[in-house]
Design a protein around this ligand. Structure first.
Ligand SMILES: Nc1ncnc2c1ncn2[C@@H]1O[C@H](COP(=O)(O)OP(=O)(O)OP(=O)(O)O)[C@@H](O)[C@H]1O
Ligand SMILES: [Mg+2]
Length: 271
C-alpha cells in the first residue's frame, strides 16, 4: 500500500469530480464534555482513509462533522473548497453516509429505500430512478432482494443495501460508519472488497470508520487511530503491523488477561 491512490484508479467519478477532505483544529464539546480535541487531518481525493479507535473515542462524531450533521465548537471541515457545515455544500458535493446501523426504513421495500432519495430530490423520472436503483443493486449483487423488506434481510444484506442506497446518490465522497460490525469474517472481507472495488471503479473518496483491523490493513491507503477524542497516530497500513506505541498495540492486538480483566476497569472509560 502507498500514500497515493492505487494505480488502477483512473475511472471518472459518478458526478465529475473527486474531492479531498481537510479538517483543521476541529474541537467538539457536548455541554461540558469535550469529545473531539483539536483534530487535524487531510484525506486526499480518491483515497481510502480508515479511522480506527476504541468505542467512544469520537469516530462517529467526527464522521458527522464531515457529513455536515454536527456543528464544530471550534475549527472547520472543508470538502474540496467547500465548508462542510454550510448547507449549500450539499448542492455542490455528492456525499453519502452509510450509517452504523444501516438506517433503512423498515416499512419500505429495498427498492423503495433506494428510490427515496432520487424521488425526494426529483432528480429523474421513474424510469431513470429504476435504472439507477437497479444498477446500484446489481453492483452489490442484490437484484433479487429488490422487493424484500429490511426485516427479511440478514445483517450482511442490510449492510449491502445501505451501501447500495448510498450509491444511488452517485457519491463523490462515501462515508462508512462501521460497515463490517456484526458480520462474520467472510462477509466482512466481502464488504472490504466492495469498498475497494467501488473506489477503483468510481474514484470515490472513501472514509471508513471501523474497528476491523483486517479491513483497515488490507484496503486502506492510510489509517488514523483516534483515542479519547484525539488523533494518536496516522500512517500507512505497514506502520500499524507491529506498532511500537503500546496503547495502539493493545488496541489492535488485545491480549485476554484474566488476572486483570478489562471489565473491572470500565468504570473509568469514556464509553
Ligand atoms: N449528541 C451527543 N450528545 C452528547 N454526547 C455525545 C453525543 N454524541 C456522541 N456523544 C459522546 O461523544 C463520545 C464519542 O462518541 P462516538 O459516537 O463518536 O464514539 P465512537 O468512537 O463512534 O464509538 P463506537 O465505536 O462505539 O461507535 C462518546 O462519549 C459519546 O457519549
Ligand atoms: Mg461510532
Amino acid at each position: 500500500m502507498s500514500h497515493a491512490p492505487s494505480p488502477g484508479f483512473t475511472a471518472t467519478p459518478f458526478a465529475g469530480k473527486t474531492y479531498g477532505v481537510t479538517i483543521t483544529g476541529l474541537t467538539k464539546q457536548f455541554g461540558r464534555s469535550t469529545v473531539l480535541h483539536d483534530i487535524n487531518l487531510e484525506v486526499k481525493p480518491g483515497e481510502i482513509y480508515c479511522i480506527m479507535g476504541p468505542s467512544g473515542s469520537g469516530k462517529t462524531v467526527l464522521l458527522k462533522h464531515i457529513a455536515g450533521l454536527e456543528r464544530a465548537t471550534r475549527g472547520e471541515v472543508r470538502i474540496g473548497e467547500y465548508d462542510a457545515a454550510d448547507p449549500e455544500t450539499r448542492n455542490q458535493v455528492h456525499l453519502a453516509l452509510v450509517f452504523q446501523a444501516g438506517a433503512l426504513f423498515n416499512s419500505l421495500s429495498v427498492y423503495d429505500n433506494l428510490a427515496l432519495y432520487p424521488r425526494e430530490h426529483r432528480q429523474c423520472n421513474e424510469a431513470g430512478i429504476r435504472e439507477r436503483v437497479m444498477n446500484a443493486l446489481s453492483i452489490l449483487s442484490l437484484e433479487k432482494a429488490a422487493r424484500k423488506f429490511p426485516s427479511e434481510l440478514s445483517g450482511g444484506m442490510k449492510k449491502r443495501v445501505a451501501i447500495a442506497r448510498a450509491l444511488v446518490m452517485e457519491p463523490q465522497i462515501l462515508l462508512y460508519d462501521e460497515p463490517t460490525s456484526e458480520l462474520d469474517p467472510v462477509m466482512s472481507a466481502t464488504i472490504s472488497e466492495i469498498i475497494a472495488t467501488l473506489r477503483q471503479q468510481t474514484a470515490v473518496t472513501s472514509i471508513v470508520v471501523s474497528h476491523d483491523r483486517d479491513l483497515a490493513l488490507s484496503i486502506a491507503d492510510r489509517i488514523t487511530i483516534m483515542m479519547d477524542g484525539r488523533i494518536r497516530a496516522t500512517g500507512v497500513p505497514a506502520d500499524f503491523k507491529n506498532p511500537s506505541d503500546t496503547a495502539i498495540a493493545n488496541f489492535l492486538n488485545p491480549v485476554i488477561d484474566l488476572k486483570n480483566p478489562r471489565f473491572k476497569q470500565l468504570e473509568n472509560s469514556h464509553e
